[in-house]
Design a protein around this ligand. Structure first.
Ligand SMILES: [Zn+2]
Ligand SMILES: [Zn+2]
Length: 824
C-alpha cells in the first residue's frame, strides 16, 4: 500500500470509478428536496485557466455539500459555443469555427474531468448543436408571432475594431464589451426583441430576488431606469418644428432659462440654417464622438454650441436660447431637456460656464435663495415661487398641479420613461443560430414553418471570417418561399449568442428532448436554479436577458417560474501576483500546469483558501505549496495511523473518556459546526483554515494514547475529516474513506452533524483578588492568554469599585487560576 500521498495516482483512479458508477448522474426523485446548482457555462475559448477554476470549485463544493445533506442535486455543465468569442478565437488560429469549437469543447471537458468536478455529463448542452439551436429558432418564431421580435431601421452601436453591431447592454458606457474600444452609432436595419414591453416586470420583480447581491439588483434597476415625468413640446420661434422634452421635475417649469438638445438629435440639422453655426455644430459633434457616455455625463467642464434659435415654453411665454451639449444623451428621454439651472446641478454648471440666466422657482424652508449668490443648484423640496398661480404650493403638490394644468391645456402629458431600449439581437456574423425567416419577392418576409426547423448553419463552406460570409453562401441563401413556393432568399443574419444562454438552464432539465425544447413538468420540478454562480460582468447582459426570456416563456405557458435564478453568487476576480491574468503577459496558469505537480485537490483547495469567494484573490506562485503540505499531513494523520482506526468508535464513546479524548472531540465537533456555517456563508477560506486547526490537534495526539484510550475519539476525527474535506478535496476524501474501510462513496454519505454539548468550550474558574481579598470569580476558557485574563479581571464589575480612585501598582496572573491586583 502507498504510504505517501500521491494525487497523480489516486485522482485518475477515483475519476474513472465515479464515471463507471455514474455517481453524479441525476435522476428524478420527488421524494427528496431538489437543489439545482449551476455555474455560468463557458465559451469554448480553448483553455480552462485557474480564473475559471475558482468559479467551478465554488459550484462543485456546493453541489457535493448539498448531495451529502440529502438533496437531489442537479449540477450540469455545457458550452456557450456560438458567437463572437468563439468566432474570434477561430479567426486568430485560422481555423474553421465549427472544427475549432468542437475541439475546444472536448479539450475543456477533459480538463473539467481532471479537476474532479461532479457534473452530470449526460446532460451536457452544446449550443452550436443543431438539436439545441433549432429551439432558438422555434422561440424566435414564437416571439415573432407575439410581436416580440421585429425588424426595424434604427441607430445601432457599432464597434469599428470588431466590425460588428452591439446591443446597448454590450456597449455600456460607450465601450465595446469585447475589445473595450469606443463605440460609434450607425443607422442599420436589424432585428430587435421588445424587451421594453417587460421593463416594468423586470424592474418590479427585482424585489423578489432577495438572495441576489444588492449590487446586481441596483445595476439592473438603474439600467432599466424607470422615471415618471411629463413630456411636452416647445415651440421654436418662427419655425414649424417643435422640440419635445421630458422632465421628472415639472415643478420647476417656470425656471427654464434655456433648452438643450443632444448633439446627435435629428432636429439639429433642421433647426440650424446659419452656415457658421452649422460649422460649429459639425466640429462639436466630431469632438463629442470621441467621448464615452460615462465621460459625457460625469465630466465637470461643460461645452456646447448655441444654435441661434429660440424656443418658447408653455409656462412663461418667454423665448429662451436653444443649445446642443454633450451632457444630454440622445438615448435618454427624448434627447432634449428643459434646462433649469437653479434646480439641476449640471444645468447650473452649464449656465455658469455660458452666462445663462438662473431663475429660482423653489424656495427652501429655512433660507431665501438668491440666484446671484447661489454656489450650487438647490435640488431638495421647498415651496413654489415665481410660478404664477402655483406660488405657495409645496413643490410635490406643484408637480401634480402643473402636470394637470399642462394636460388640461393639451400641451403635455404624464409619461413613464425608461432608460432601457429594445434588445438588438441580430448579428452579421457567421458563427451563430440562423434567424429562421426568408424573403420572397411576392410575399415579403415569411417565417420558416416550425416543421422545417432547424435551419442548419452550413459548416461545409470555406471560412473567410468576413461579415458577409453567410450571405455569399449561395446554396444556403437560395431557397423557396414557404407560402408561394416561388424563389426566396434566406435571412443571413444570425442571432446574438446571448439568446442561447437565455434558456440553457431549462434545457438541462430535459436535454435530449427532440419534440419540444423541454417538458414543462421537468422544468417545473427543477426550476428555479437554486444557486447560480458567475461573474458580475454579466449583471446587465446575460442576467437581464435571461430574466426577460424566462418571463416570455412563462407568458407562453412553457414554464411555471417568472424568475430563473433564486440565489445568485458573484465570485471575485482571480489575479496573478497582483496582475490581471493574461496569457500573453505570462500571468496566467492553467490546471494542466498545476495538476501534474500538486494534484487537482490541492489546486481546488488552494483557490478556495486564497480569499473569501466574493472578493478579489491573488494567486501567488508557490502559494499552493502550503496547501499541498496540508493535504500530505492529512494523509499521514489518517492513512499513516490507520492501524489505530476503530470502526466501532460510536459504541466506545459511551464509556468514560479521558481528558485528551474530550479535548479532541470538542475540536472535531466545533470544526463540523464551523465548516457547515462557513460553507453556508460562502466562506470557504475559513472553512479550510478550520480543517487545518483540527488537523493540528489531531497531529499533536500522543502516539501511545492513540493505541489506547484515544482510539475512539481519533477514529471519529479521521472519519469526520474525510467527510468535511469532501467538498474541497473530493479525491483525497474518497481515498481516506476507502482506506478507513468505509463502505460506499464518501460523496454519498451524510454530512456530519455536531453535538452542541460536545462542542461547548470548557469553562474554568479564575479567582480575582484585590489586595489579597477575593473580590470576583471569572468563568473563562482554559488557556486564556495572560494579557486577556488581566484585562478581563480589571474590567470585572465586581472588581471595579475596589479600583476606583486608586492606582494599580501591580497585577500578577497565574494562568487558569488566579489574577492578583495590588492597588495603593
Ligand atoms: Zn470591439
Ligand atoms: Zn412567396
Amino acid at each position: 500500500m502507498e504510504d505517501r500521498y500521491n494525487p497523480a495516482e489516486i485522482e485518475p483512479k477515483w475519476q474513472a470509478r465515479w464515471r463507471e458508477q455514474q455517481l453524479y448522474q441525476t435522476r428524478e426523485d420527488p421524494s427528496r428536496p431538489k437543489f439545482y446548482c449551476l455555474e455560468m457555462f463557458p465559451y469554448p475559448s480553448g483553455d480552462v485557466h485557474v480564473g475559471h477554476v475558482r468559479n467551478y470549485s465554488i459550484g462543485d463544493a456546493l453541489a457535493r455539500y448539498h448531495r451529502m445533506l440529502g438533496y437531489n442535486v442537479l449540477y450540469p455543465m455545457g458550452f456557450d459555443a456560438f458567437g463572437q468569442p468563439s468566432e474570434a478565437a477561430a479567426i486568430k488560429r485560422q481555423a474553421h469555427p465549427a472544427q475549432w469549437t468542437y475541439e475546444c469543447m472536448d479539450r475543456m471537458r477533459a480538463q473539467f474531468d481532471r479537476l474532479g468536478n461532479s457534473y452530470d455529463w449526460d446532460r451536457e448542452v452544446r449550443t452550436c448543436d443543431p438539436e439545441y439551436y433549432r429551439w432558438n429558432q422555434w422561440f424566435f418564431l414564437k416571439f415573432l408571432e407575439r410581436g416580440l421580435a421585429y425588424r426595424a431601421n434604427a441607430p445601432v452601436n457599432w464597434c469599428p475594431t470588431c466590425e460588428f453591431v452591439l446591443s446597448d447592454e454590450e456597449a455600456q458606457g460607450g465601450k465595446c464589451w469585447r475589445c473595450d474600444g469606443p463605440v460609434t452609432k450607425q443607422l442599420r436595419e436589424q432585428w430587435w426583441f421588445r424587451i421594453t414591453d417587460y421593463a416594468d416586470r423586470l424592474l418590479d420583480d427585482l424585489e423578489q430576488l432577495t438572495e441576489w447581491p444588492e449590487r446586481v439588483r441596483v445595476m439592473q434597476a438603474n439600467w432599466i431606469g424607470r422615471s415618471e415625468g411629463v413630456e411636452f413640446d416647445l415651440e421654436v420661434v418662427g419655425r414649424e418644428e417643435k422640440i419635445r422634452v421630458f422632465t421628472t421635475r415639472i415643478d420647476t417649469l417656470f425656471g427654464v432659462t434655456y433648452v438643450v438638445l443632444a448633439p446627435e438629435h435629428p432636429l439639429v440639422d433642421a433647426l440650424v440654417t446659419d452656415p457658421t453655426v452649422s460649422q460649429a455644430v459639425a466640429s462639436y459633434r466630431a469632438q463629442v464622438a470621441t467621448r464615452t457616455n460615462v465621460e459625457r455625463i460625469s465630466e465637470a467642464a461643460k461645452d456646447g454650441v448655441d444654435l441661434g434659435v429660440r424656443a418658447v415654453g408653455p409656462a412663461t411665454g418667454e423665448p429662451v436660447p436653444v443649445w446642443i451639449a454633450d451632457y444630454v444623451l440622445l438615448e435618454y428621454g427624448t434627447g432634449a431637456i428643459m434646462a433649469v439651472p437653479a434646480h439641476d446641478q449640471r444645468d447650473f454648471e452649464f449656465a455658469h460656464a455660458h452666462d445663462l440666466p438662473i431663475r429660482v422657482v423653489i424656495q427652501p424652508p429655512d433660507r431665501p435663495l438668491d440666484a446671484a449668490t447661489m454656489a450650487e443648484a438647490y435640488v431638495d423640496p421647498g415651496t413654489q415661487v415665481n410660478s404664477a398661480q402655483f406660488d405657495g404650493l409645496a413643490n410635490e403638490e406643484g408637480k401634480v398641479n402643473i402636470a394637470e394644468w399642462l394636460e388640461g391645456r393639451g400641451v403635455g402629458r404624464r409619461v413613464t420613461n425608461y432608460r432601457l431600449h429594445d434588445w438588438l439581437v441580430s448579428r452579421q456574423r457567421y458563427w451563430g443560430t440562423p434567424i429562421p425567416v426568408v424573403y420572397c419577392d411576392r410575399c415579403g418576409m415569411v417565417p420558416v414553418p416550425e416543421a422545417e426547423l432547424p435551419v442548419v448553419l452550413p459548416t461545409d463552406i470555406p471560412f473567410t471570417g468576413t461579415a458577409a460570409m453567410l450571405a455569399e453562401a449561395e446554396a444556403f441563401v437560395k431557397t423557396s418561399c414557404p407560402k408561394c413556393d416561388g424563389p426566396a432568399r434566406r435571412e443571413t443574419d444570425t442571432m446574438a449568442q446571448w439568446i442561447e444562454s437565455c434558456w440553457y438552464f431549462l434545457r438541462y432539465t430535459d436535454p435530449r428532448n427532440d419534440q419540444t425544447p423541454f417538458r414543462r413538468e421537468l422544468a417545473d420540478a427543477w426550476m428555479p436554479v437554486d444557486q447560480y454562480i458567475g461573474g458580475i460582468e454579466h449583471a446587465i447582459l446575460h442576467l437581464l436577458y435571461s430574466r426577460f426570456f424566462t418571463k416570455v416563456l412563462y407568458d407562453l405557458g412553457l414554464v411555471g417560474v417568472q424568475e430563473p435564478f433564486r440565489r445568485l453568487f458573484t465570485q471575485g476576480m482571480l489575479q496573478m501576483e497582483g496582475q490581471t491574468m493574461s496569457k500573453s503577459k505570462g500571468t496566467r496558469v492553467g490546471p494542466d500546469e498545476v495538476i501534474p505537480r500538486y494534484g487537482a485537490d490541492a489546486l481546488r483547495t488552494y483557490i478556495l483558501f486564497l480569499a473569501p469567494a466574493d472578493q478579489e484573490a491573488d494567486w501567488k506562485q508557490g502559494g499552493i505549496e502550503g496547501i499541498s503540505r496540508f493535504l500530505n499531513r492529512v494523509w499521514r494523520a489518517v492513512v499513516g495511523r490507520r492501524e489505530h482506526f476503530d470502526p466501532d468508535w460510536r459504541r466506545a464513546h459511551a464509556r468514560a473518556q479521558s481528558p485528551a479524548a474530550v479535548v479532541l472531540r470538542r475540536k472535531v465537533h466545533q470544526t463540523v459546526r464551523r465548516v457547515t456555517n462557513d460553507i453556508e456563508r460562502f466562506h470557504f477560506n475559513t472553512a479550510i483554515s478550520a480543517l487545518m486547526e483540527m488537523l493540528n490537534v489531531m497531529t499533536e495526539c500522543d502516539e501511545a494514547a492513540l493505541a489506547a484510550e484515544l482510539a475512539p475519539a481519533y477514529s471519529e476525527a479521521c472519519e469526520h475529516l474525510a467527510l468535511l474535506l469532501a467538498p474541497f478535496a473530493p479525491h483525497l476524501a474518497e481515498e481516506l474513506w476507502s482506506q478507513l474501510g468505509k463502505q460506499g462513496s464518501v460523496h454519498l454519505s451524510s454530512w456530519p452533524a455536531w453535538d452542541e454539548a460536545v462542542a461547548a468550550e470548557e469553562q474554568i474558574t479564575v479567582v480575582v483578588q484585590v489586595n489579597g481579598k477575593v473580590r470576583d470569580r471569572l468563568s473563562v476558557a482554559p488557556g486564556m492568554p495572560q494579557n486577556e485574563l488581566q484585562a478581563r479581571a480589571l474590567a470585572a464589575p465586581k472588581v471595579q469599585p475596589y479600583l476606583s480612585g486608586r492606582s494599580v501598582r501591580q497585577v500578577v496572573v497565574v494562568p487558569d487560576r488566579l489574577v492578583s491586583i495590588v492597588v495603593s
